[in-house]
Design a protein. Structure first.
Length: 155
């Protein structure tokens, strides 16, 4: 399997931050038997991300994108990746005090029932955990989120 790694971040290009994600991912993929044949770092620029993902998607078996999703205004990675596939993604987040392990059944069932992506993220300190529902169909995302809210303790 030929893989391209795309790392995103102005801080990587300026040299302010070492690209540890890229080197770690390269080692992990090589250890798993994949061949990393391209590594590219791009700035926090939505169109640049979209262009690189679209080009690499056609040329490689897999494209792994890392960086640029930290929640600051310059974090445009998700939008850039969606643009590469001409897709608008809809996301709803549910906040819960439930331990992540207690969510497995509901998360799995929601994925299968509504054809959406569902991720769970553990609690940290005093912050609640999160269940994130994402998909291309806004109605399916809303239905899955409502279904999960009915089956999960929320805050």
């Amino acid at each position: 399997m030929e893989v391209a790694l795309l790392t995103v971040g102005d801080e990587l290009l300026s040299g302010d931050t070492e690209n540890t994600n890229g080197s770690w991912l390269g080692r992990q993929l090589a250890d798993a038997g994949a061949t990393v044949t391209r590594v590219l770092t791009v700035p926090d620029d939505e169109s640049g991300i979209a262009d690189a993902v679209a080009r690499y998607h056609e040329a490689f078996d897999a494209v792994i994108v890392t960086g640029g999703i930290g929640g600051t205004p310059d974090d445009v990675t998700k939008a850039g990746v969606a643009d590469a596939f001409d897709g608008d993604r809809t996301t709803e987040t549910i906040y819960t005090p439930a331990p992540e392990g207690a969510l497995v059944g509901a998360v799995t069932a929601a994925r299968e029932r509504f054809d959406v992506a569902v991720g769970s993220y553990p609690r940290r300190d005093d912050a609640p955990g999160r269940v994130k529902v994402t998909g291309d169909d806004p109605d399916a995302v809303a239905d899955a989120a409502a279904w999960l809210r009915d089956r999960t303790e929320t805050v």
